[in-house]
Design a protein around this ligand. Structure first.
Ligand code: GTP
Ligand code: MG
Length: 196
């Protein structure tokens, strides 16, 4: 699949306001600042399709993009952002678990975690929800350019082993929007999901 023609279609303030639950959808989730928006821009070869920021919590809305009719990419707001009140955080986590359980068009979840601190508590929670709901997961260890190749590879192997705990269909890859490391793996996996 060529992801370059992807275009923005809408921002939804909450899951109930998403486009009709039809076709195929792949969602990008992860902690604030994990690199979700950057990964979307890298995948689509667009500089500013999804807004990126140094300030965590930039993406507050659910941004929906269309690769082609009935094929969507969804940029979910980052979770676990410290400055958001607990009440807001809990509400969002509830909405997220509901989305993973109820969304029929959801074909796969891309879970992004900073390679320097993977599997934080919220990441683990999300992985449990996804695998419990039989949603396939592609875990991307982002900002892989920040580590030397040796450390990067040992971290990747450890992260793959850790993924076994969750059961289900979980693939783990190292990724960098900066160096494009792992981009081929993301494209292959998403093409598989969209064509399946
Ligand atoms: P929220 O929308 O706030 O949840 O964040 P996000 O997950 O969308 O992260 P975003 O893509 O905005 O990136 C956050 C910060 O990390 C920005 O300063 C990016 O430039 C930086 N960043 C993202 N990807 C990479 C990467 O592969 N390498 C490096 N070195 N920095 C990256
Ligand atoms: Mg973002």
């Amino acid at each position: 699949i060529n992801f370059q023609p992807t275009r923005f279609i809408t921002s939804a303030p909450e899951i109930s306001k998403l486009p009709a639950d039809e076709g195929i959808e792949v969602a990008f989730a992860g902690r604030s600042n994990a690199g979700k928006s950057s990964a979307l821009n890298t995948l689509t070869r667009q500089k500013a399709l999804a807004r990126t920021s140094k300030t965590p919590g930039r993406t507050q809305l659910i941004n929906v993009f269309e690769v082609k009719p009935d094929q969507r990419l969804v940029d979910l707001p980052g979770y676990g952002f410290a400055k958001v009140p607990l009440e807001v955080k809990e509400k969002w986590q509830l909405a997220l678990s509901e989305y993973l359980q109820m969304r029929k068009s959801l074909r796969g979840l891309v879970l992004l975690m900073d390679i320097r601190h993977p599997y934080r508590e919220v990441d683990q929670e999300l992985l449990h929800w996804a695998t419990d709901s039989k949603i396939r997961v592609l875990v991307l260890l982002t900002k892989a350019d920040k580590l030397k190749p040796g450390v990067r590879n040992s971290t990747l192997l450890k992260a793959r082993e850790a993924a076994l705990v969750f059961g289900g269909d979980v693939t783990v890859e190292a990724f960098s929007s900066l160096s494009k490391l792992g981009l081929d793996k993301v494209e292959a996996k998403l093409t598989e999901w969209f064509n399946d």
